[in-house]
Design a protein around this ligand. Structure first.
Ligand code: BDR
Ligand code: CA
Length: 343
C-alpha cells in the first residue's frame, strides 16, 4: 500500500460510473482539467441500468469532443442483491429527463472489467481509477486478478460516510449500499485508496450564486450542466429547502486530480457492514489509540499487549484515506472554470 505523496503530474483517468446527473458533472470537470486525461470509461448499474449509463457517458464525451475515449459496458447488477436504480433522483434517462439525442457511436465490444484489466496491464503504475458508482466492476476485476491492486496508481471512490447520516439507508451511502460485497473487496485491497464520502460531498454544494454564474457562462458545457441540473435541484430542494445540490461525484473527481482540496483526513481501515439494518454502512475504528496504528503489531505495542486488537484482523489492514474536510469554495471555483472550456 503506497503512502508517499503522488507527484501532481498529469493523471490518466479510468472512470467507472453509473452516469447520472452528478456523474455527468464530474465528467465535464475531468474533461476540462488540463492535468487530466480520460483514457477510458466503464459503466455500472446504480443510478440507472448499466447500458444507459454507458450511453450517457458517450453523450458526455461527444459533447466534449472526446470521441476517441472508449466506453465499455460494465456490471448490470450487484454481486449479492437484486438491482435497484434511482431514476427518481436522476430522471428516467439518467440526465434529468433532458432526452438528449442518441450518441453517434456505440460502446466498445470489451466489457468494463476486461477494459480495466487490459488498460492497467498496458500502463502499469500509470492509471488513476475514479469510481463514482457502485463498486461492482472494481470488485469483479479484483476477484479475477488480485494483482490489479499493484498495477493501479490510485483509486478514488465516491462513497461511504463516517459521521454524516446515510442517503440510501439510515447509515448507508448509495454507492456502497448498492453493492456492499464489492465495496468490501475494494476497501480491503492493498492499493492507494481514497474514500470521498458524504462527510465532505454533502456539504460541497452548488448554490444560487454559482448556478447563476454557470448560467451566465454561455458555453456548450455550461448550458448542458444547467439543463441536467434542473431535475437534480428539484429533488434536493425537497431535502435542503433551498435550490442547491451536493457535488458528490465532481468532488471525488476533484480530489483524484488535486488532493490538496482535502484539508483534513483520516487514514483508517474500512469495514463494510454486510448484514442487518446497517448493511452497506462503512464502519471505521476512530478511537484515537487505535487510529494511527498501521498494523496489529504496532497496535499491540502501543497498548502493551493484545488488549484492543480486533479479533480476526489481518497483520496489515488496508488503510484508506478518508477526507473529512475540504476547501469547498476553491473546488467549486475550479469546477466552474472547467465549464468555460470549449466555448
Ligand atoms: C452517489 O450516489 C449517486 O446517486 C450519485 O451519482 C453519487 O455517485 C451519492 O451518494
Ligand atoms: Ca454516481
Amino acid at each position: 500500500m503506497p503512502t508517499d505523496p503522488l507527484p501532481t503530474s498529469r493523471h490518466k483517468i479510468l472512470l467507472d460510473a453509473d452516469v447520472g446527473i452528478d456523474d455527468a458533472i464530474a465528467m465535464l470537470f475531468l474533461a476540462g482539467r488540463p492535468n487530466a486525461e480520460i483514457v477510458g470509461v466503464g459503466s455500472v448499474h446504480g443510478n440507472i441500468p448499466s447500458e444507459l449509463a454507458a450511453t450517457n457517458a458517450r453523450r458526455l464525451l461527444e459533447l466534449c469532443g472526446l470521441d476517441d475515449v472508449p466506453v465499455a459496458i460494465g456490471a448490470r447488477r450487484p454481486m449479492a442483491q437484486p438491482l435497484a436504480t434511482a431514476e427518481w433522483v436522476h430522471g428516467a434517462d439518467g440526465l434529468g429527463n433532458t432526452n438528449r439525442p442518441a450518441p453517434k457511436r456505440g460502446p466498445v465490444a470489451e466489457d468494463a472489467v476486461a477494459q480495466m484489466l487490459r488498460l492497467t496491464r498496458e500502463a502499469p503504475g500509470e492509471i488513476d481509477i475514479v469510481a463514482v458508482g457502485p463498486l461492482t466492476n472494481l470488485g469483479l476485476a479484483l476477484c479475477i486478478d488480485p494483482s490489479l491492486a499493484e498495477r493501479v496508481r490510485s483509486v478514488t471512490v465516491m462513497g461511504g460516510t463516517i459521521i454524516h447520516e446515510g442517503n440510501a439507508s439510515a447509515t448507508g451511502e448509495a454507492n456502497i449500499w448498492h453493492d456492499p460485497e464489492a465495496a468490501q473487496l475494494v476497501f480491503s485491497a492493498p492499493w492507494r485508496a481514497t474514500m470521498v464520502g458524504l462527510d465532505v460531498t454533502q456539504v460541497t454544494r452548488l448554490r444560487a450564486a454559482e448556478l447563476a454564474e454557470i448560467e451566465g457562462l454561455g458555453t456548450k458545457r455550461s448550458h448542458f450542466a444547467i439543463e441536467i441540473l434542473a431535475h437534480y435541484l428539484d429533488v434536493y430542494q425537497r431535502t435542503f429547502g433551498a435550490r442547491e445540490c451536493p457535488l458528490h461525484d465532481p468532488l471525488a473527481a476533484g480530489v483524484a486530480v488535486d488532493p490538496s482540496y482535502v484539508t483534513e483526513s483520516l487514514r483508517l481501515a474500512i469495514d463494510v457492514s454486510l448484514a442487518g439494518a446497517n448493511r452497506g454502512a462503512t464502519v471505521v475504528d476512530r478511537r484515537s489509540w487505535m487510529a494511527p496504528a498501521a498494523n496489529d503489531s504496532e497496535r499491540r505495542e502501543r497498548v502493551g499487549g493484545d488488549v484492543g486488537a480486533p479479533k480476526g484482523a489481518t497483520d496489515s489492514p488496508a488503510l484508506v484515506t478518508i477526507p473529512m474536510k475540504v476547501d469547498g469554495p476553491r473546488f467549486v471555483r475550479d469546477l466552474i472554470d472547467t465549464l468555460k472550456v470549449g466555448g
